[in-house]
Design a protein around this ligand. Structure first.
Ligand code: ITT
Length: 197
């Protein structure tokens, strides 16, 4: 199936494309009249509400265009740090753009635990229904920024399912195999293609 991903983040598109191509889907960024649609992220909501809101906004925008019958994907992700009681969570994008990764490292008290998890909720509009998938990747926040690959918080996140490197030190294939996004998209793909009985 061809899936149009409503996101302004090209890194997400390439990760989703890699993950879903192995599951038989083709992913392209949703462009309407050649432009990335501007979607409003409702603030102070959980990531599930944000993901559903984004996919519904995108769906509304394609009505009446040649993309009206398309399958549309949107997702919302966040980094939840235990010692900061889940912060930045739904505010991850704002926090990355303001205090950044070094600001987060400074916020964590030196003696406290460094457990954290990435969460993604992927929401797909398909034939009048919204299907959702959840992906969680548990790990720890590193003490230093390390790695040039990936994007966002990858250089400070060390997944438990990895080998001690940050996601920023992994190839996108290595990251996608264990990542929150990989898991959420696999779940959605199973809903799109239920195994035949
Ligand atoms: P869209 O909403 O347009 O899809 P975005 O980059 O704003 O793109 P999110 O709101 O889902 O996406 O992301 C929240 C923050 O989490 C943002 O700062 C991202 O850079 C970061 N983030 C999301 N997925 C990530 C990942 O796989 N690795 C590292 N950081 C990630």
């Amino acid at each position: 199936m061809r899936i149009l991903f409503a996101t302004g983040n090209k890194h997400k598109v390439s990760e989703a494309s890699e993950i879903l191509s192995h599951l038989g889907h083709e992913v392209d960024q949703l462009l309407i009249h050649g432009q990335v649609p501007e979607l409003i992220e409702p603030q102070a909501e959980g990531i599930e509400e944000v993901a559903i809101s984004k996919v519904m906004q995108a769906r509304d925008l394609v009505i009446g265009t040649e993309l009206e019958d398309s399958i549309i994907l949107a997702e919302d992700s966040g980094l939840f740090i235990d010692s900061l009681r889940g912060f930045p969570g739904p505010f991850s994008s704002y926090v990355e753009g303001t205090i950044g990764l070094s600001g987060i490292l400074h916020l964590i008290p030196p003696e406290s635990g460094r457990e954290a998890e990435f969460r993604t909720i992927a929401a797909v509009y398909f034939e009048g229904e919204i299907l959702t998938g959840t992906g969680i990747c548990s790990g720890v926040i590193s003490r230093e920024i390390s790695g040039e690959m990936g994007f966002g918080y990858d250089p400070i996140f060390i997944p438990h399912d990895g080998d001690g490197r940050t996601c920023g030190e992994m190839s996108s294939t290595e990251k996608s195999y264990i990542s929150h996004r990989g898991r959420a998209l696999k779940e959605v793909s199973e809903l799109l293609n239920p195994p035949s009985k």
